[in-house]
Write a protein that binds this ligand. Structure first.
Ligand code: BG6
Length: 468
């Protein structure tokens, strides 16, 4: 490929974070508890090295310094999430003005620095009160979510144009109800998973409507993790397994939000098992009235599906040790297998930039012209500070290869408007704790001081040149 690869004018060079992973200050200024705070408190052994989101990166206090760093990195976009329990400590009722004014200050500073915020309303930090009453399985949660969306649009809609309703509903449902790794930590509860997915999708539809009502000019989207799923071999059985896995993890959500319908093969499967929630057609109707202005795509790695799935078992490598393999298998349906020819991160995630190209082209082919953003993509590494920086050439290669894939997709007609790297800074990597570092900025865990890694300088130069 000839260099430099120029990106279209106005292309967004951004970084992504989420509230729980960076803010800290979990008990300050009236913030309420989220299901993740409660999970860390009650089950500390489930987190690598018993990590907690307190103080995370202390961004709640260091936001001004962080915005200045973003400007130094040449970013023109920043994807962040609002903490629902910071705005509504008890889930609903009156807005907590102290918590809400934090985002006033942040948005003003970002705009002042020429950085456009792309705001996600829900990045998994459900108010703990709603967790106790059944989370997204309780139909009231999505109504409260719509009220929260209204409040955010009313308060910040004069400054924020790009809104995403949910982050990765498929991944949160899968881990909350099938693998048991995330709250509410249920295992193999497929009926519960489908009820929670229904609640999330209804919440999305209601929040879209709220956003359009409050602010006519808001562009509203959703962020999906649509990993390409390839058959492990060319056998018919593996092809069927890949289609099933794609139906469960991708199409159930993507067809719902993009087309306002649920895939018929999966509906038939879930009906046969007795898992299909009542009212699913009503949800589809709501979704048809909530067309997307853009789609956010998170991409880390592809899957390879095999039909040879005698057992149900799940395991995620949370230590970064090579001998700890990931496992994902649902008896009788599909099992994800390791690509023998693949390259992997220390956590066993395959590095495959072509997967991003395939994913962008898939959406482009089914929905030509739909504006797309790569809302997350990045590599977690074990890193050490040396001489005030981190020599992360591997991250530079990773980003460059994925930006090549984005560029190829744009050249083939996909309307990709921007790329947000995960992440701005090393942060609380959920159950992986803090060992898995994703940032352009290294965060010293003792002092919380930020240091620019070598990739930060590389990304700055690429953003300035609008080219790689
Ligand atoms: C995405 C999430 O699924 O993956 C992020 O939206 C997350 O919040 C990122 O941090 C990387 O995953 P992990 O588990 O390695 O931190």
């Amino acid at each position: 490929m000839e260099r430099p690869l120029k990106f279209p004018a106005g292309f967004v060079w951004g970084c992504a974070t989420s509230a729980l992973q960076i803010e800290g200050a979990t008990r300050e200024d009236g913030r309420g508890e989220s299901v993740w705070d409660a999970f860390c408190r009650d089950r500390p052994e489930r987190f690598f090295e018993r990590a907690t989101p307190e103080p995370a990166c202390d961004h709640y206090h260091r936001w001004a310094e962080d915005v200045a760093l973003m400007a130094e990195l040449g970013l023109n976009g920043y994807r962040l999430s609002i903490s629902w329990p910071r705005l509504f400590p008890r889930g609903g009722g009156r807005i907590n003005d102290k918590g809400a004014s934090f985002y006033d200050r942040l948005f003003d500073a970002l705009l002042e620095a020429g950085i456009e915020p792309n705001v996600t309303l829900y990045h998994w930090d459900l108010p703990a009160k709603f967790g106790r009453w059944g989370g997204w399985e309780n139909p009231d949660t999505c109504k409260r979510f719509a009220e929260y969306a209204h409040a955010c649009l009313r308060r910040y809609g004069d400054r924020v144009r790009l809104w995403s309703t949910l982050n990765e509903p498929s991944w949160s449902v899968l881990n909350g109800y099938v693998t048991g790794l995330h709250p509410p930590c249920k295992s193999e509860d497929f009926a519960g998973a489908l009820r929670a997915a229904d609640g999330l999708l209804r919440g999305h539809a209601l929040a879209c409507a709220a956003a359009h009502e409050e602010r006519g000019k808001a562009a509203v989207g959703i962020v999906l993790n649509m990993s390409p799923i390839r058959p492990a071999t060319g056998s018919t059985a593996d092809e069927r397994a890949a289609r099933l896995a794609d139906g469960m993890l991708n199409r159930w959500f993507s067809e719902a939000v993009l087309d306002g319908r649920f895939p018929s093969d999966m509906k038939a499967l879930y009906t046969g098992d007795g898992f299909l929630p009542k009212g699913i057609e009503e949800t589809a109707k709501l979704l048809r009235r909530a067309p997307l202005d853009f789609l956010g795509v998170n991409y880390y790695y592809p899957h390879h599906a095999s039909a040879n799935a005698p057992h149900t078992s799940f395991h995620l490598n949370t230590s970064g040790r090579a001998e700890e393999d990931c496992e994902f298998s649902i008896a009788g349906l599909f099992r994800f297998v390791k690509n023998k020819r693949g390259r992997f991160t220390a956590w066993g995630w395959e590095i495959d930039p072509d997967g991003l190209f395939d994913l962008l082209m898939r959406v482009h082919q089914s929905h030509p012209g739909l504006p797309l953003y790569v809302t997350e993509n990045g590599i977690g590494r074990i890193e050490k500070l040396e001489g005030g920086t981190v020599d992360d050439g591997e991250r530079i290669d990773f980003i460059r290869a994925h930006l090549d894939a984005v560029h190829r997709a744009i050249s083939a007609g996909a309307a990709v408007r921007g790329y947000y790297l995960w992440s701005l800074m090393d942060n609380f990597s959920w159950i992986n704790g803090y060992k898995k570092r994703y940032g352009l900025l290294f965060v010293d865990r003792k002092t919380l001081k930020r240091y620019k890694k070598r990739s930060a300088f590389w990304f700055r130069d690429a953003a300035r040149a609008n080219a790689v």
